[in-house]
Design a protein around this ligand. Structure first.
Ligand code: 5GW
Ligand code: MN
Length: 334
């Protein structure tokens, strides 16, 4: 007879090998059966079901095994290869889904970023669907005139210029809430909110539409959670000691009702912090992360949907749909 400790070692070795094989072949979704034993952020959807039917189309969660394609609460994470663009587009064309895009171009950001942002959006953002751009600026006369595609329109809304740049960024939450109440909810089913300092370089299409949509931050998605830059000050409303992902505030969206809930809650948090004379570490982004931890998004976008060329090449990023523009902090932040 073999000594017991050797048998045990053998069993553990076999177990780990099988686990490793499952992981490398089928990805994180394949080891869901361990969930009861070890808490894991893996997909709870029925094992072996190849297609997950979202509200609007079909997503093949098993088309990508090198990345996480589903959250532990069952929201899909969208990666290239998981969907058929034409199926999504056909569905939304039939429904004539209307999408609002909000973007702020205040102060020097207007000259620096707005035109390339809009021109590239015309080429890649929700092509074929009716889109209304809502451009918020302190200088409406300076908005460049643009020939837009069929069914696409642009509205300019004047906003006051904030004294501190942190406030420019944070007050977007308030302005978006008001715009949804005022115009957007009559005109569109979905709203997507973007930073202006970025350029579309690939399809950003109807597969990204969902009830409540958040984006994985390209700097953090592959890092352990200890690196996430959540707000760690218990005095702030944005304080969190744990979370699911680190979301990027440069892109968020969803049905207008859901987006309104998010922007309103973030704004309330920001104002409460002001009363308490604290400011969250990453301003509106910290509040966004807190909200999305408490109210889980129903769809998550992979970092393809907002990539930074500074990170360099990664094998899991097969397409770039939106890229960070070159930062010009010194020129723009004074
Ligand atoms: C200016 C200086 C510092 C920080 C923000 C601004 C600024 C931001 C501005 O002067 N005008 C402006 O319209 N914004 C809007 O807020 C832009 O839509 C911008 O994309 C967004 C967030 O600010 P960013 O892009 O500088 O923030 P990060 O997190 O990308 O660095
Ligand atoms: Mn930005």
């Amino acid at each position: 007879m073999r000594p017991l400790h050797r048998t045990k070692g053998f069993v553990i070795l076999i177990f780990c090998t099988v686990l490793g094989l499952l992981m490398t072949t089928y990805g994180p979704n394949s080891i869901r059966f361990l969930e009861g034993l070890i808490p894991m952020d893996v997909c709870p959807l029925p094992y072996g079901r190849k297609l997950w039917d979202g509200t609007d189309g079909f997503l093949d969660l098993w088309a990508r095994t090198d990345v996480q394609t589903c959250t532990y609460w069952g929201a899909p994470i969208i990666w290239e290869g998981m969907f058929d663009p034409s199926v999504f587009d056909q569905l939304h064309k039939e429904k004539s889904t209307r999408v609002a895009l909000t973007v702020f171009a205040v102060g020097r950001y207007l000259d620096a970023y707005l035109l390339p942002f809009l021109m590239s959006a015309e080429q890649y953002f929700m092509v074929g669907l009716p889109v209304t751009y809502y451009v918020f600026t302190d200088y409406p006369e300076k908005i460049p005139s643009l020939k837009l595609g069929q069914g696409r329109t642009l509205e300019v809304i004047q906003v006051a210029r904030e004294n501190r740049w942190q406030d420019v960024s944070m007050m977007r939450m308030k302005t978006i809430t008001d715009a949804i109440d005022g115009h957007i909810h009559h005109q569109c089913e979905y709203v997507f909110c973007f930073d202006v300092d970025q350029i579309f370089t690939g399809r950003f299409g109807s597969e990204a539409l969902g009830d409540s949509v958040a984006l994985l931050h390209s700097f953090y998605y592959h890092r352990p959670k200890m690196f996430y830059t959540y707000d760690h000050n218990p005095k702030s409303e944005a304080y969190m000691d744990k979370g699911d992902f680190y979301y990027h505030a440069a892109v968020f969206g969803g049905r207008w009702q859901k987006v309104r809930n998010l922007t309103e809650a973030c704004y309330q948090g920001i104002m409460k912090d002001k009363e308490n004379e604290v400011e969250a570490l990453w301003h509106d982004e910290s509040h966004l992360n807190k909200y999305l931890f408490l109210h889980k998004p129903t769809k998550v976008l992979s970092p393809e949907y907002c990539w930074s060329m500074f990170i360099g090449h990664r094998n899991d990023i097969r397409v770039h749909r939106l890229l960070w523009a070159q930062k010009q902090y010194n020129a723009l932040r004074n």
